[in-house]
Design a protein around this ligand. Structure first.
Ligand SMILES: *Cc1c(COP(=O)(O)O)cnc(C)c1O
Length: 418
């Protein structure tokens, strides 16, 4: 059974002050996950998690992770601004961008962030826009299919990211000639996987590539960046990733490849989903029940607040607060109000009988939830709340207003007051 960090009574009190819909994040759970990750890689000197800012770009959340020793993984100008705002600069920022604008590189260099280059041609581009730093990372794409055992976990050959092996070798040589001294290697080959062998397999490939790069170029290889990709059990019956086992698997690969090569590499990660995904939920109110060819429950939130179900047909667990133990003897499509039939948080989902006014909580929205929101149909972004370890609640983002939505219009002079 999937749990929420609040009861019906607690949530009723919160909703009196902060009406639904909103995403609420659990600070204690975020800290606990950051500590568990650190413990799993404590064997590796220099290990550092760079939280993928895009997963939950609210400074209150980023600051909690920074306090736990995390850096920030950014891929745009505004994400860099957020990282700086919570006190991350220099080696505290990994800038893993692609199709990068010049001003983003210039700003990343001004903050002295670690640059993770997506492409061979970006060497020249970075040289002209900010200059080549001493420490630099290159993103690898092995092509083909990425498999764990028989399972195809990803299709790097179709992915826009990263460089071929030959481009990595040539890139490192070019970068050395331009003054770079210390190198990292990065790859991201599977997304949202709870398979404990993903990081160990990826690490082994990157360790071997690091050894080969050193042998071919004489470069000083300093770190390997395993990026994101560790998944979470969105469904109650799915397994949890086991961080201890993952850390141990990476350690074994390290002992097989890195030690015998006489090398020393620190490990970096850029987890987003794993760190905060299960620590957030979208709290909504049931507004309408509709009986046609199916039974529908219409909520006060929609895909503009949580896009994953509409975009990826992703499962998000739903709890009707206070009815956790009721029989799931109804079958509903749970919808938002967009004029798009894919605006459904759940399709043909067995749930307890829902009354209008019930608090309907959608689980696992702490990563790639609010942040993927948009304004289609003039829908406004919700507020965000932080549930503190002492049980109090802090507003960490207010809801958008119509004025926010209209704020970027130019040159008309219409009266947009309701
Ligand atoms: C999205 C992304 C991440 C985070 O991925 P998760 O699946 O949330 O762990 C990390 N690094 C890069 C470069 C990304 O694009």
């Amino acid at each position: 059974m999937k749990k929420l960090p609040y009861t019906l009574e607690q949530m009723r009190a919160i909703v009196r002050e902060y009406p639904t819909p909103f995403h609420i994040y659990d600070e204690a759970a975020i800290r606990q996950r950051a500590r568990a990750l650190k413990a799993a890689f404590a064997w590796n000197e220099g290990f550092k998690e760079y939280y993928a800012v895009k997963a939950c770009p609210n400074p209150a959340i980023l600051d909690i992770l920074r306090q736990e020793g995390c850096g920030m993984d950014c891929s745009s100008f505004t994400e860099l601004v957020l990282a700086k705002a919570v006190g991350c600069v220099g080696g505290g920022i990994m800038f893993s961008s692609n199709a990068t604008p010049a001003e983003d590189f210039l700003y990343a260099r001004r903050l002295d962030a670690i640059i993770n280059l997506d492409d061979y041609t970006h060497i020249r581009f970075l040289q002209e826009n900010g200059g080549i730093p001493r420490t630099i990372c290159l993103r690898y794409n092995p092509g083909g299919e990425f498999r764990l055992g028989n399972a195809i976990m990803g299709n790097p050959g179709e992915a826009k990211y990263g460089m071929t092996k030959e481009q990595i070798f040539q890139g490192v040589k070019d970068l050395m000639a331009l003054g770079a001294e210390r190198f990292g290697l990065h790859a991201f080959l599977a997304s949202n996987t709870t398979d404990n062998s993903y990081y160990p397999k990826l690490a082994e490939e990157l360790f071997e590539l690091a050894r080969e790069t050193r042998d071919r170029t004489g470069a000083r290889m300093e770190f390997v960046n395993l990026s994101g990709g560790i998944g979470i059990p969105y469904r109650p019956e799915e397994p949890e990733a086991d961080l201890q086992s993952i850390g141990q698997g990476v350690r074994e690969a390290y002992d097989r490849v890195v030690r015998p090569a006489g090398m020393k590499l620190s490990i970096k990660t850029e987890l987003g989903r794993y760190m905060t995904g299960p620590c957030g939920s979208l709290v909504t109110t049931a507004l309408h029940r509709k009986d046609t060819y199916r039974q529908y429950i219409g909520l006060d939130a929609c895909a503009a607040n949580l896009m994953r179900p509409a975009m990826y047909n992703a499962y998000h667990h739903i709890t009707v607060l206070g009815k956790e133990d009721w029989p799931k003897d109804q079958v509903y499509d749970v919808t938002g109000g967009l004029c798009e039939n894919n605006d459904k948080f759940a399709i043909q989902r067995p749930l307890p009988k829902i009354e209008m006014g019930d608090l309907v909580c959608i689980h696992d929205t702490g990563a790639h939830g609010f942040s993927m929101g948009y304004n289609y149909n003039g829908k406004l972004r919700s507020k965000e709340l932080l549930l503190k370890p002492n049980g109090t609640v802090q507003l960490i983002r207010r809801a958008e207003t119509p004025e926010d939505y209209f704020a970027t219009l130019e040159g008309f002079g219409y009266d947009l007051k309701p």
